[in-house]
Design a binder for this molecule. Sequence first.
Ligand code: FAD
Ligand code: MG
Length: 364
Amino acid sequence: MNYKRFLVAIIILIFIIGGVYFIGNNNVNNETETPEPTNNNANNTAEVTKSDGSEFLMDTLVRLRVHDENSQAVLEETFNKLRYIEDKLSKTISESDVYKINENAGEKAVKVSEDTYKLLQESINFAERTEGAFDPTIGPLVSLWGIGTEDAKVPSEEEIKNTIQKVDYTKIELQEDNMVFLKEKGMSIDLGAIAKGYAADYILDYLNQKDVESAFINMGGNVSVHRNKVDGTLWSIGIQDPDQSRGNIIAVVEGEDMSVVTSGNYERYFTQNGVRYHHIINPETGYPARKGIVSSTVISNNSSYADALSTSFYILGVEKSFEIANKMEDINVVLVTEDDQAYVSEALKERIRFTVDELEVIYR
Ligand code: FAD
Ligand code: MG
């Protein structure tokens, strides 16, 4: 091959490799990357851009928006981190920590990542704080009901009685060296009520470390914001309406550096003989929780707390929930009841606005 043809071949090769790399990097569905006005100080000459992306992870559509000088790189790294968390915590991925713990229940301890170990510690903590309403060993009951799957059914009382025996967070043994043991065969861990919150905290930590300008994360009902909006104003986050006939949201909360997490009976459920069976199970009864609440929202700058507590408060009902929330710092609550009342933390008064008339708002 003469020198000229060799050069042309090299240039074509570079284009092909470059093209493949570009396509590969677009798999996070980057929608836009445009210069933005910012509240940066005048000395900062680098341009802040916006990158949007969405990906189906943890069985939900995760949507991210990042404003930063390196918004696209941050967006991609954020999705990498989410995939990492899912790979550790999913109970269906056969290489995950949770899968391995469950598979070896009653047999032997397994070594897990530092992240999984920490989250299990935190989960046990919540189980204690909520007197067992939140139970990370809820797995056997979740499987028995199968809500959200094709096999969803109302189990017999006998089945429920037997399965409740397998749900007991005090039988999680956290041993030295990140080893975890479930003491009985048939037990299983399910972190579905806290893992999305944990994933959000994991990302928020990263965004803080990177000093990212501003970001918005939506993981199917779990919304988190990093700092304030890029123009310096507060974010407005809508709280979903459990009764869609009234519209999409019941209220708007304003803030920065916060997570707004809602648990409800309106997404994963099935109906039999006019009764709605949803996915938040009361470990005491073995049945979907019925304490008169239709939607439970927790607002906090700690997303794991917001996630674990929104599920717990749904199970515990209004009185017990406020008793717990009012003892904690930075835990603000909006509980909507079947009879159209909204119980709201006093501390939210100045930054929540209700958008529907039907609810009687009671501050606590
Ligand atoms: P939340 O109110 O936050 O949590 C409800 C969920 O928590 C229930 O679905 C149940 O899993 C669990 N739960 C119920 N009662 C209790 C209780 N008393 N204490 C503690 N936990 C309880 N779904 C799939 O269908 N397929 C998947 O492959 C899959 N993979 C996932 C991987 C990860 C890492 C995560 C975090 C979730 C995954 N999910 C998957 C979704 C999961 O099963 C839950 O349905 C989902 O997390 C519910 O979130 P939520 O915000 O709607 O409800
Ligand atoms: Mg939750």
